[in-house]
Design a protein around this ligand. Structure first.
Ligand code: ATP
Length: 234
């Protein structure tokens, strides 16, 4: 497989003005195509900061970022169609109705999968006539996920997308995500506190701690290693 990594990061450093320690303190990261990556870390570890740097939404202090084999500082136009982002909270366009918001957003994209949009809206019980401002947090999160998935981006970045959803919906959402990855060979970065959400995705995990990625391995392998330790101690 000689594809360039979807994401390639070298020596990434980022601090916020007025804070003593760097939030990201030397991140090196290669993400191959077609994987689901679970980005784990305690509250405040810097998961959101890392994602926003990768997306070009935050300037970095130092380091190199390449997405799809191209430096991040190149013009963004083309890349925008290929990256989907679900932020931690979605509270835009409160005055719009769900249906008109989706139509309005679809018009911005070169490609928009209506079939996928309709399936998710129906499966997740979203009312197209409802005003976005009247939706529950979980429903708004579903809308943000549909909005990010319908353009079928090559890279999908999700910042704790399922935190506000009930366990059943979380599982349903993860299944949709796994389908997208399997059928289209997409790459997904998903930050979460809950490794159970990653189980069925055969995810790789990346653990962010102290400003660095301190552990990268398939979740199944980590589970296996822990199991062996427990066996030894039993
Ligand atoms: P959570 O799981 O709570 O979302 P996180 O891992 O996503 O946390 P970040 O939101 O990236 O962490 O925050 C990392 C650190 O940077 C935290 O200590 C936070 O307080 C700090 N921070 C984030 N944004 C800013 C900002 N704009 N100015 C100053 N400090 C900030």
């Amino acid at each position: 497989d000689r594809d360039p990594p979807v994401v390639r990061v070298r020596g990434l450093r980022k601090s916020y003005p007025g804070t003593e320690n760097a939030v990201l303190d030397g991140i090196d990261w290669d993400i191959p195509r077609g994987r689901v990556i679970g980005l784990l870390g305690r509250n405040g570890a810097g998961k959101t900061t890392l994602m926003r740097c990768l997306l070009g939404l935050l300037p970095v202090d130092e380091g190199e970022i390449e997405i799809f084999g191209e430096p991040m500082d190149e013009p963004r136009g083309e890349r925008l169609h290929r990256i989907g982002f679900v932020p931690q909270t979605f509270d835009l366009f409160k005055w719009m109705r769900v249906g008109s918001y989706l139509n309005f957003t679809a018009a911005f994209y070169r490609h928009w999968n209506r079939t996928l949009e309709n399936r998710l809206v129906d499966n997740w019980g979203l009312d197209r006539r409802a005003k976005i401002g009247k939706l529950s947090e979980g429903q708004r999160q579903k809308l943000a996920i549909i909005r990010a998935m319908a353009p079928e981006p090559d890279l999908l970045v999700l910042d704790e997308p399922v935190a506000s959803l009930d366990p059943q919906t979380r599982a349903a959402f993860m299944n949709e995500l796994i389908d997208v990855v399997r059928h289209y060979g997409k790459t997904v970065i998903l930050s979460t506190h809950i490794t159970a959400d990653l189980e069925r995705a055969e995810a790789d995990i990346a653990l962010l701690d102290g400003g660095r990625l301190v552990l990268e391995m398939p979740l199944a392998e980590l589970r296996e290693r822990i199991r062996k330790v427990e066996l030894t101690r039993a």
